[in-house]
Design a protein around this ligand. Structure first.
Ligand SMILES: Cc1cc2nc3c(=O)[nH]c(=O)nc-3n(C[C@H](O)[C@H](O)[C@H](O)COP(=O)(O)O)c2cc1C
Length: 397
């Protein structure tokens, strides 16, 4: 990557994305529910955890490769599904290419701006993320489309609440990019000429439709129409989750688990994996950081299913903390979205390289030759850090 666009940390990627993207596009990448208590805690909690480094005997080589739901990945980091990556003309395809170039897997959102067939062609290690939207028949059609497209696993997300009352305002995603909308948005776009030119060169305006909510080859409904359908669909029961897992029949993750009792129900449903997650602070504000809930959940079900974590990962050292506390791997959201906003595909590769470098330094400092050797003893966990949700009060940490 050219020296002038290369960045050294995720925080710098965020600054670059802020400078490069129109205000409304950038705000959609940072906003979260209500006051933002949860999104802030997701990040702050990692700063409360310390390391217990060794002084001599660091291993000459450090091993980072692992597997998630049967897919080999080069480090314990993969792409978390996020909707409408239209901050860049290549969107999810750029992210999938970057993930493939760095040897990791892609979670592809149901609300993505690119069709699943194009994304899977760019990265065969793609898990399709599904929302419970439209009832069993409509869901079964999407499952079959994902199977035909070659998705290697399914991620079910049930914990999204697009809350109103966001102190930073809700993102504006227009119904369609017609002339009237373009004229309205022009002043904002013109303050970001680099971004504007990149889109202008493609001769097509940002896609605000969600093609994976329709049949193959169809444009799909506008984002907010699909969102309305999701709001109008009765939320799934545990029986629905077991049905979906059975219908898919392959590797299956339930994303958004924050409680030990829910993790156990997920095991009973036959899932292969869960992600301990609060949707990056986009669900119920006041939910603690995902990393605080991880130790109790990993302890309860980590020997039966794969336990991942997402929420607040900004550095390689955060990845190492999560793995030491029981995660098999982490999924990243805003970190790669900022890379994408800052510099497209190379920006996402840059973010993945930053995380890899950070994991390597942390392993070296801890004297660990492999991510598989990490244990809680590598981490300084302050008293009262963990939150064991969904366990009898006497057992809660
Ligand atoms: C802009 C944005 C869009 C998202 N869209 C989805 C989505 O469509 N499906 C989903 O399962 N999670 C979605 N998420 C949640 C992410 O997958 C992930 O849980 C979260 O971003 C992790 O927190 P982090 O951003 O601090 O890494 C979204 C998150 C953001 C920030």
């Amino acid at each position: 990557m050219a020296r002038d666009v290369w960045f050294e940390t995720v925080a710098i990627a965020q600054e670059r994305a802020k400078k490069r993207l129109p205000k409304s596009a950038y705000s959609s990448l940072i906003s979260a529910s209500e006051k933002g208590l949860t999104v802030s805690d997701n990040v702050a909690a990692f700063s409360e955890l310390g390391f217990a480094p060794h002084v001599v005997g660091a291993p000459a080589n450090r091993e980072m490769a692992t597997t998630v739901m049967g897919q080999e990945i080069s480090m314990p980091v993969m792409i978390s599904p996020t909707g409408v990556q239209a901050v860049d003309p290549d969107g999810e395809v750029a992210v999938a290419r970057a993930a493939a170039a760095r040897g990791t897997a892609m979670g592809l959102s149901s609300f993505a701006s690119k069709p699943m067939e194009e994304v899977i062609a760019a990265n065969p290690k793609t898990f399709f993320q599904i929302y419970w939207l439209g009832g069993r028949d409509a869901i079964a059609e999407r499952v079959e489309r994902a199977r035909a497209a070659g998705a290697v696993g399914m991620i079910a997300t049930t914990d999204w609440s697009f809350s109103h009352g966001r102190d930073w305002g809700s993102p504006t995603i227009p119904e369609k990019m017609d002339l009237k909308t373009m004229v309205k948005m022009m002043p904002e776009a013109l303050t970001r000429p680099g971004w504007f030119l990149r889109w202008a060169k493609t001769l097509r305006p940002p896609t605000l439709r969600v093609p994976n909510q329709a049949g193959r080859g169809e444009a799909g409904p506008p984002f907010f129409q699909a969102y309305g359908e999701w709001m109008g669909t009765p939320p799934p029961t545990w029986e629905d989750i077991a049905w979906l897992r059975e219908l898919w029949g392959g590797p299956f993750m339930l994303k958004g688990v924050m409680r030990v009792d829910d993790a156990k129900r997920a095991v009973d449903c036959g899932v292969s994996a869960i992600s301990v997650s609060n949707h990056g602070g986009n669900n119920l504000d006041g939910t603690p950081a995902a990393i605080r809930a991880l130790p109790a959940i990993a302890e309860a079900v980590g020997d039966q299913i794969e336990v991942l974590l997402d929420g607040g990962i900004r550095r390689g050292s955060d990845v190492v903390k999560a793995v030491a506390l029981g995660a098999r791997a982490v999924m990243i959201g805003r970190a790669y979205l900022w890379g994408l906003g800052a510099a497209g595909q190379p920006g996402v590769e840059n973010v993945l390289d930053i995380l890899r470098g950070g994991i390597d330094s942390a392993l070296m400092g801890l004297g660990r030759a492999s991510v598989h050797d990490l244990t809680p003893s590598d981490i300084l966990i302050p008293a009262g850090f963990s939150r064991a949700l969904g366990v009898p009060a006497a057992d809660a940490g």
